[in-house]
Every structure is written in structure tokens, then in C-alpha cells.
Design a protein around this ligand. Structure first.
Ligand code: HAM
Length: 418
């Protein structure tokens, strides 16, 4: 679990703002849910026999001996909220986005933490497979727009209720005779949840798994047609993608298309997955709600930040003006001037301590202030001062009373540099 300090927090803030603005363009609205939920919600929602539920949840008893869990993801919480507030009765289609900390007891490494931040979206009420394509296109736009390098979009289908028994049979017929080549956990999973063998972290890359039958080959015609329609929509949207038959994702609720967006950025180490998502048409009903098709994804914020080019400092907001003070009277006047300029929406830096002019300019440079103005006895007497552009070094004389307008290019309501 990490502290996130400036300047890293600035990079995180910019990334988060980008996501919000983009998702709102697609009609998603924010939902916030508690960090704690009843353990049963995740066990039922994510699946009893999954790595998350078996090994990774922070679970404890509260003072009344109720088992609670710190959310390892938000889809189950969104589904609970959707049912609890009968949202489906109020509107045919619901689009939510969320942002917040999640908790998983995982082995830590670059890009993998025990408290990490996810931003995600969930869309309820649309069965048409164009929604998953729209979500993927939105994500590619997000990462492309931010300059994240070497992206790849992987898609697959895990099939629905009709496909599962057939695939399970084919998979068991293949895996059972080869069980001795699997890890102890997977040998147990053969009896409980064989699909989970496919995304076992221990057996990943093993020869046994490499030869396993593919879900795509077991799909009914209807499921295959839905998958093809989603792929076609991706092509229509100009999104390049690769069908990855081994992609099954580590959560049990998926029913149709699943997807992952990865970046080959070396900053990510082995944790290349920026986003994971997919369709889960049976989850709402299985949790006690009305039959409701749904599809969504979550992205890892820390991984997004790692893959985002540029030093964290370049994401810090630059002050519009550093007021450099010379003498006590100037400092008193500067306090009031800075206050009124900040009310106009400007970012103003001010040195409260009695330090020299040179040191103040040094600080203005360090903070990458866009402009500086020296306030001393002369400026106080004349009501005028020299506004220095800190990039070009050029100075021009301005009336102190007009500073807000001067800094915003005549429009004192605007915010230059934003
Ligand atoms: P997930 O694949 O478990 O899916 O997580 C989504 C993303 O969260 C991952 O691709 C990764 O970027 C990030 N992530 C996961 N675990 C960690 C960790 N320990 N440290 C840092 N980042 C991590 C879900 O959570 C589903 N709820 C997604 C979804 C929403 N499916 C449908 N709707």
C-alpha cells in the first residue's frame, strides 16, 4: 500500500480528470459505493473458486461478528447498488463510472499493489454487443490521447450459460488425463471450477495449458454471432484488436466478450494489463435482481500512470504569477493582492517569510511560474510594476489594479495555461 505524494499525485490527478471528462462524453455518470461490503457479495459475485476470493481478500469480522470485506473490485458493488435502489425500474439503460481504491492481498511488484486505484465503467440494460465495442474504442482513445506507447487490445469470448457446460466437458476431457502436470491448486480446481485453471498464475505458460481446447470453438451459433458482431463494430470504429483464445479473465461473472488492453511500455514490468473488462449478462439476476444485460471494465490507475510518458513534474499546475516582495510593507500589500487575484481564479505564489529577492526568483523558477512581479516601495507608491514573463524574460509595465486582466489576457474570468 503506497502513499502518493506530489508530484506523482499531480500525474494521477491529470489522468483521473481525463478519464472523467472522456467517460462523461459517452454518457457515464459517477457512482460512489462504500469500501466495505458483506463478504458474501464478493464470494457470490466474483466466484468462490477464484484467486481473488480464495486468496486475496481483506476480510474481517466487525464488532457484531459480521464478515466484511474491503472491496477487491467494484462490479459486484455496482450490481448490489443497482438492485438495492431498483435502478432498472427507473431507467432502461444505466451508465455508471467510478474511481477509488481497491484492495487485494497480492504479491507486490511494479504495477501490482495491495491497495490500488481503479477507474471503471458499468453499463446496464443493453444486450447489443456494440456497447463493448464502444467501451473499447473509448479506452483506446484515452490511452492514445495520453501518449501511452505500444498498446494492444485483446478480445475473446467466454460464452454464456448455454456454452459453459459444453466447454467445461471439452476442457475436462483434455485436462483430467494431464492433471499431474498441473499445480496442486489447479488439480483441485478441476473438480470445482475448471475454467479457472486457464488463468492460473502458477501454470501460466505450461505446455498443458498451451494445448487446451479454446472456448471460441465451443460457442453456440448465437454466442459466436454476438462475438462476431462486437468484432465487426470494433472494425467499424477503426480499432485494431487481436483475438486471444487464452484470455478468460480471473472473475467468474463474464458471459460473452472479454477484453484486455495492454501496453508493452517497459515501465510496467510484467504487469502489462492496463484494463480488463467484459460482458456479464447473468450477474444481476444471479444476485437477486431482474434479468439485466451488462458490460463494463476497470482500469488500473497506477499502471496508467507508469505507462504515461513525461516526468511527474510536468503534470504539476504552474502558478500564473509569483509575487516577489521587497520589504514588510510590500509583503502586507502582496497578501491582499494575491487574495484578490486568487478570487479571480488565478494561481498565485507568495513568499510569506522575509527572504531575499534572489531567493524568491529562484523559487519562482523551481515552481515553473509563468510570470513574476516585484513589489517594493516604488511599486507601492506608483501603483505600477514590471510583469516579467518567466519564459522569455521580457518585462512590461502594468498597473497593479489591472493585474488580473493582464494575466488572463483581458478576460479576468479565464484561467490561462489551463
Ligand atoms: P481486473 O482485471 O481484476 O478486473 O482488474 C482491472 C484492472 O485493475 C487490471 O487490468 C489492472 O490494471 C488493475 N489491477 C488489478 N489488480 C491490481 C493490483 N493488485 N495492483 C494494481 N493494479 C491492479 C476487474 O476488477 C473487473 N471488476 C473489471 C470489470 C468491470 N469487468 C466488468 N466490469
Amino acid at each position: 500500500m503506497n502513499d502518493i505524494l506530489p508530484p506523482d499525485s499531480a500525474k494521477l490527478g491529470v489522468f483521473e480528470r481525463h478519464c472523467r471528462q472522456l467517460f462523461e462524453r459517452y454518457g457515464y455518470e459517477e457512482i460512489r459505493t462504500p469500501v466495505l461490503e458483506h463478504t458474501a457479495l464478493f464470494a457470490r459475485g466474483i466466484g468462490e473458486v477464484t484467486d481473488i476470493v480464495e486468496k486475496e481478500m481483506y476480510t474481517f469480522l466487525d464488532r457484531k461478528q459480521r464478515s466484511l470485506t474491503m472491496r477487491p473490485e467494484m462490479t459486484a458493488s455496482c450490481v448490489r447498488a443497482y438492485i438495492e435502489h431498483a435502478v432498472g425500474k427507473r431507467e432502461p439503460v444505466t451508465r455508471w463510472y467510478y474511481s477509488g481504491p481497491m484492495f487485494r492481498y497480492e504479491r507486490m511488484q511494479t504495477g501490482r499493489y495491495r491497495q490500488f486505484y481503479q477507474i471503471g465503467v458499468e453499463c446496464f440494460g443493453v444486450a447489443e454487443p456494440t456497447v463493448e465495442a464502444e467501451q473499447i474504442a473509448m479506452l483506446v482513445q484515452l490511452y492514445d490521447g495520453l501518449g501511452v506507447p505500444a498498446l494492444s487490445t485483446l478480445v475473446n469470448s467466454v460464452g454464456g450459460a448455454e456454452d459453459r457446460p459444453r466447454y467445461r466437458e471439452a476442457l475436462l476431457a483434455y485436462l483430467e488425463p494431464r492433471a499431474s502436470g498441473l499445480c496442486a491448486d489447479c488439480q483441485r480446481r478441476l473438480a470445482t471450477n475448471p475454467l479457472r485453471v486457464l488463468d492460473c498464475k502458477v501454470d501460466a505458460g505450461s505446455e498443458v495449458l498451451a494445448g487446451a481446447p479454446r472456448v471460441l470453438d465451443s460457442l453456440t451459433d448465437t454466442s459466436r454471432a454476438r462475438f462476431d458482431a462486437a468484432c465487426q463494430a470494433l472494425t467499424d470504429l477503426g480499432v485494431g484488436f487481436r483475438i486471444e483464445p487464452r484470455l478468460v479473465r480471473g472473475l467468474d461473472y463474464y458471459t460473452g466478450m472479454v477484453f484486455e488492453i495492454q501496453s508493452a511500455s517497459p515501465a510496467l514490468g510484467s504487469q502489462a494489463a492496463l484494463v480488463g473488462g467484459g460482458r456479464y449478462d447473468e450477474l444481476v439476476e444471479s444476485m437477486g435482481g431482474p434479468p439485466t444485460p451488462a458490460v463494463g471494465f476497470a482500469l488500473g490507475v497506477e499502471r496508467g500512470i507508469l505507462a504515461l510518458p513525461g516526468p511527474a513534474e510536468s503534470f504539476q499546475p504552474r502558478p500564473h504569477l509569483f509575487l516577489v516582495c521587497h520589504g514588510d510593507a510590500a509583503r502586507r500589500r502582496a497578501l491582499v493582492l494575491a487574495h484578490s487575484l486568487r478570487i479571480s481564479g488565478l494561481r498565485i505564489e507568495l513568499e510569506h517569510r522575509a527572504v531575499g529577492v534572489k531567493a524568491q526568483f529562484k523559487r519562482a523558477d523551481k515552481l515553473r511560474a509563468l510570470a513574476a512581479l516585484v513589489l517594493g516601495d516604488d511599486e507601492l507608491a506608483s501603483g505600477r510594476g514590471k510583469l516579467r514573463d518567466m519564459t522569455s524574460g521580457q518585462e512590461r509595465e502594468v498597473a497593479l489594479a489591472d493585474l488580473a486582466a493582464e494575466l488572463t489576457g483581458g478576460d479576468s474570468g479565464g484561467q490561462p495555461g489551463e
